[in-house]
Write a protein that binds this ligand. Sequence first.
Ligand code: ADP
Ligand code: MG
Length: 319
Amino acid sequence: MNELELIRHFFARQPVSRADVAAGIGDDCALLRPPAGQSLAVTSDLLVSGVHFLPDADPVSLGHKALAVNLSDLAAMGAEPAWFLLNLVLPEADAPWLERFCRGMFDLARQYDVQLVGGDTSRGPLTIGIEAHGFVPEGAALRRSGARVGDRVYVTGTLGDAAVALLHRLGKERLSEADFAALVERLDWPVPRVREGMALRGIATGAIDISDGLLADLGHVLEMSRVGARIFLDKIPLSPICREHVGKSGWEAALAMGDDYELCFTVPTKNTGALEKLQFACGLHCIGEIEAEPSLRIVDESGKPYHPTFTGHDHFAGK
Ligand code: ADP
Ligand code: MG
């Protein structure tokens, strides 16, 4: 199968066909019609074999996750997903692998009505790069720089589940089969909080998605907003399985390993009533408060300061 046949067979046929795509796959560029009065939100994320996933990873979940992490970035800006590009580096044209990869990717694309409009394909070590585009009304994006003193700090869902599943997969934690099955969903099939992010327009002041761990990602919000925060360990939302892990092994999985793809955002007290009306199915927890004093203060279950010995995931740390 040559490159053009591969593109035609796997990528040109797809489930989503949007009215705002004047020309999709097949020309030198895609031609797209962004709505008037909206900002185009653009993001990209790379998944590199051996760095972000194990070489024998299931291609269905890889296809899902590669798109999901990009939709999660759009969600963190409050943007509505519209289009994406796929840059694929493949060691070989492995048709069964591509079939499965596309199934995972296109199933998620269909759920969010996001259309694949182009990309590039080359031979080399397995790498998946997706670039996603979405819309957000001008001035309504949820910026990392928007947190203000007195805002409450919230997170969606629960933290640490994906990390504990990864520790088990790497042989560093022993879970029962049932517990692993429950958590591995969070690692391999993250659900981007797109509806939640869009619902937070006009309510949240600042937001980020948690990909590198709460401490690192909330840290980015604090730095860009030039504020600090106090958070409470007993308010961090944990699944029962993760809570058990934290009890035995400490807070690193929940606070610093990342791969959560939950939203962390700040809300002024005048908007907390509106926030409570939103009723997110994934759950929502207030974990602390923005303060004027820079940097992050963590308070443990007994009210004492807690000083973590770990930070967030950083590909270039110490190298
Ligand atoms: P060019 O030589 O201009 O880069 P290509 O032959 O690489 O063109 O691509 C032909 C068409 O197929 C373009 O519209 C491009 O966007 C699309 N395309 C190539 N690779 C992919 C891919 N992995 N996913 C989606 N579309 C792709
Ligand atoms: Mg090309």
